[in-house]
Design a protein around this ligand. Structure first.
Ligand SMILES: Nc1nc2c(c(=O)[nH]1)N[C@H]1C(S)=C(S)[C@@H](COP(=O)(O)OP(=O)(O)OC[C@H]3O[C@@H](n4cnc5c(=O)[nH]c(N)nc54)[C@H](O)[C@@H]3O)O[C@H]1N2
Ligand SMILES: Nc1nc2c(c(=O)[nH]1)N[C@H]1C(S)=C(S)[C@@H](COP(=O)(O)OP(=O)(O)OC[C@H]3O[C@@H](n4cnc5c(=O)[nH]c(N)nc54)[C@H](O)[C@@H]3O)O[C@H]1N2
Ligand code: SF4
Ligand SMILES: [Mo]
Length: 738
């Protein structure tokens, strides 16, 4: 379903001048708020500016923050409902302990902490330090991401720390590091405005980054041509000049064929290729046989459309290429990203006004959270945990001996495999709901049951927490100071509007106390989030993600600062590569040879239909937060299987009929939603639900060999109609109490 962002002009037309529409000034129907706090939305990577209205230590509403440059007051359906989490009846207010035969019972903080710490010590003593693992998430601020990274290495002393960005941006990160030596979008979204061609690959922008749609439409108003690559006619594709309905899992074939076409028709920037890049000849040699006919065969896109896309891309003076999880959630995710980058480099359109490239970061702090060291292979500043120089520098900042710094650990899904093998026995998770979000979740559930001890820090009881021994009530976004880095690379301030209710504590306070009780308190002396940020600045200094020159005050004054920002007098870097000096060891941008390879699982006689998974506009990720907000549930109460009328006819499936979906990993039933907006050989299931409604009971544990991202976007399934109409959804009443 399309969501059209509301422009400030429209609001003013509808409600009159600012003071007349529901704001703190007019504040129709409510008391005056005690405070109005300028902060950012807690959900996606756009990090729209928002003003929260606070009354008696509760967030009671919001106001648009017109001056924040990216969204200029616009918000999407999730943004306008986010405040409903605060003061929600499901909020965890006390530590809980699971007791056999009883279930969860409240316990005092001291007992919950003591149990956790004694189990950590026992497991480490019995099985070794790496047998205790930690999983983290990038809804956490930069300060908390940094703190978790340090906590795991210095207090837990484990190598096995990873994070939910492993399911999200790692293919893009790995591709960007290979090509540019640095992992950030090249330009701000404002540079979309005068791009002549915009290519959007595997990004359902209007539903997943709704406020970004505005910048793409602005470009269209100036005459830009919009190309959308997606197996579905997503809302953005309905306003595109060219839609390429790709067969899932075949993107690198498309970009390879386009590269060959550019070379065959001499639509290359030779000066840029010769002077500022390496590897072009090899990249081109790899795709020498990728004709338009071959690409049509592999991708299922008519060759005329591929040719037109290549011509538009080749001839444009300015352009912007954006991609998201549609091309990245693959066992060839890094290849797909490199295929896109090759097209950008071949035409030399980067590092200039209106010439941009980048992945659209998914989670709220998906950008900052992938820079400051809670990945299994990373130290702060996007440093490498296996690099002796990097280890030495961070050990110095942390005041530890380098030989005590753990090495590279296992990635998120590999940790689940290690639990099955009996190598990992204990787990802490914060800000992650792996039972819903990891692939092959029946296998994940079995792993959780095998753990000897599991502790979860969250503000709601998520589905994974139901398998925990201890649950600690942590904090919402609006309950702590901090910073996040938006999808544009802009570091912005998150403001504390209220304090945690009941006995809930801030995430930071919980981690600091655990560190203290584990005997590492002397390494964790901070009086504020700003103290942590100031240490992060030093730790990032000299790394590729250099934040040293960014201070809380500077962010305040400039409404955000773009990294890299290496010195205090540096203004920050909204546009990368203007000097054409790339962050690779040789200073050049690297082409990479990308040979097309099939997805991990292809269709066959038993499983003849392609299944792909993703999102809807009103639900967020594993749904822990948005499935609790009534108005968002009402927009899309439960998962439906999108299927094309021709495929429905073939299997005799009717609208709203229950369809049994089976893959090699699971079987369950979903109502059919027959739509013409999807390929005839593909079905789509949104993934925001647990248990019987979960898409991840079907997805495989196949990983990209480099990024270790799971292949969420393609597997083989079979469909059987059950001849029964699906009962009306009970979701709104059953679940969402706000
Ligand atoms: N409403 C909402 N917004 C969100 C989120 C949310 O959960 N809900 N999550 C946030 C996060 S963390 C993320 S990562 C982003 C994700 O943002 P997106 O990547 O835009 O979201 P997805 O729905 O996962 O996938 C995007 C598109 O990929 C297409 N696709 C599937 N297979 C292929 C393929 O093989 N090739 C190509 N080219 N396309 C394919 C799907 O049809 C889908 O339209 O959204 C962020 N914003
Ligand atoms: N099939 C399929 N699976 C997918 C995807 C897909 O497209 N298809 N997409 C993948 C992607 S891109 C992503 S990003 C992952 C996301 O996977 P998850 O990280 O599991 O998703 P979330 O719902 O964000 O879970 C975060 C948990 O953290 C809690 N939380 C949020 N903010 C805070 C905070 O500030 N402090 C604390 N303590 N807790 C907090 C929430 O309440 C929630 O329980 O899912 C992946 N899984
Ligand atoms: S676009 Fe993203 S950041 Fe903006 S309001 Fe919606 S969910 Fe929040
Ligand atoms: Mo994500």
């Amino acid at each position: 379903m399309a969501y059209l962002p509301v422009s400030p002009e429209k609001l003013i037309a509808q409600f009159g001048p600012h003071k007349n529409y529901p704001s703190h000034e007019g504040f129709l129907g409510r008391d005056e708020p005690d405070a109005v706090v300028k902060t950012h939305c807690c959900f996606c990577g756009m990090q729209c500016g928002i003003k929260l209205l606070v009354k008696k230590n509760k967030v009671v509403g919001f106001d648009p923050w017109m001056e924040f440059p990216f969204n200029e007051g616009r918000l999407c359906p999730k943004g306008v409902q986010r405040y409903m989490q605060n003061n929600h009846p499901d909020r965890l207010l006390q530590p809980l302990q699971r007791q056999e035969g009883v279930g969860f019972t409240p316990v005092p903080w001291d007992a919950a902490m003591e149990k956790t710490v004694s189990e950590i010590k026992r497991i480490k003593a019995q099985y070794g330090n790496d047998a205790f693992a930690m999983l983290s998430g990038v809804s956490l601020t930069n300060e908390k991401s940094y703190l978790v990274g340090k906590f795991a290495r210095v207090a837990l002393k484990t190598a096995n720390l990873d994070y939910n960005g492993r399911l999200c941006m790692v293919s893009a990160g790995a591709g960007n590091k290979k090509a540019f030596g640095l992992d950030r979008i090249s330009n701000t979204f404002e540079d979309l405005e005068r791009a002549e061609v915009i290519l959007v690959a595997g990004a359902n922008v209007s539903e997943t980054f709704p406020t970004l749609t505005h910048w793409i439409w602005r470009a269209r108003d100036y005459g830009a041509k919009l190309i959308v690559v997606d197996p579905r006619v997503i809302p953005l594709a309905r306003t595109a000049d060219l839609h390429l309905p790709i067969r899932p899992g075949t993107d690198s074939a498309l970009y390879g064929a386009m590269l060959k076409y550019l070379a065959d028709h001499d639509m290359l920037d030779h000066d840029f290729i010769n002077n500022y890049t390496s590897g072009f000849d090899q990249a081109l040699a790899t795709v020498k046989d990728y004709t338009l006919e071959w690409a049509e065969e592999v991708t299922g896109i008519e060759k005329e459309k591929i040719e037109l896309a290549a011509q538009w891309w080749g001839k444009a003076a300015t352009s912007f290429l954006l991609h998201a999880r549609g091309i990245e959630h693959h066992s060839k995710g890094v290849d797909n990203v490199l295929g896109c980058i090759n097209l950008v480099l071949a035409t030399g359109r980067i590092g200039k006004p209106y010439c941009g490239y980048g992945t659209i970061t998914g989670q709220g702090n998906g950008q900052g959270g992938r820079e400051h060291g809670h990945k299994c292979d990373q130290l702060p500043g996007n440093r490498d945990i296996t690099n002796p120089e990097h280890r030495k520098y961070i050990s110095q900042v942390w005041g530890i001996d380098e030989k005590d710094m753990p090495g590279k650990g296992l990635t998120a899904y590999e940790l689940i495999e290690a639990i099955h093998r009996g190598e990992v026995k204990g787990l802490i998770s914060i800000c992650f709901n792996p039972l819903v979000s990891l692939p092959n979740n029946n296998y994940v559930r079995e792993a959780l049951e095998k753990l000897e001890f599991y502790m979860c820090i969250d503000f709601f009881m998520n589905e994974t927490a139901r398998h925990a021994d201890i649950i600690l009530p942590g904090s919402l976004h609006e309950e702590e100071e901090g910073t996040v880095t938006t999808a544009e690379g802009r570091v912005v301030r998150i403001r504390r509007a209220v304090s945690p209710p009941g006995e809930a504590r801030t995430d930071t306070a919980i981690i600091l106390e655990l560190a203290e009780r584990l005997g590492a308190g002397d390494k964790f002396r901070y009086n504020s989030s700003e103290d942590i940020f100031n240490e992060l600045r030093v730790a990032s200094k000299g790394g590729t993600a250099d934040y040293f020159g960014i201070t809380y005050q500077k962010i305040e004054e400039k409404m955000g600062v773009f990294w890299p920002c290496p010195t205090l007098d540096h203004p920050g870097t909204p546009r990368l590569w203007e000097d054409k000096k790339f962050a690779t060891p040789d200073g050049k941008a690297h082409f990479n040879a990308v040979a097309y390879r099939e997805p991990g699982e292809v269709t066959d006689d038993l499983y003849p239909v392609v299944l792909t998974t993703g999102r809807v506009v009103s639900q967020y990720l594993s749904g822990t937060q948005t499935r609790r907000i009534g108005k968002l549930v009402d927009i899309y109460p439960e998962p439906k299987l999108e299927i094309h009328p021709e495929l429905a006819l073939k299997y005799n499936i009717h609208q709203d009929e229950l369809v049994r979906v089976s893959t090699r990993r699971g079987t369950d039933e979903f109502p059919a939603n027959i739509v013409e907006t999807i390929r005839r050989d593909t079905v789509f299931l949104p993934y925001h639900w647990p248990g019987k409604k979960s898409a991840n009971q079907f997805t495989p544990g196949t990983l990209d060999p480099i990024s270790k991202i799971p292949e969420f976007k393609v597997c083989a399934c079979k469909l059987e109609p059950l001849g029964i109409k699906a009962p009306p959804s009970q979701e709104s009443n059953a679940f969402a109490s706000a």
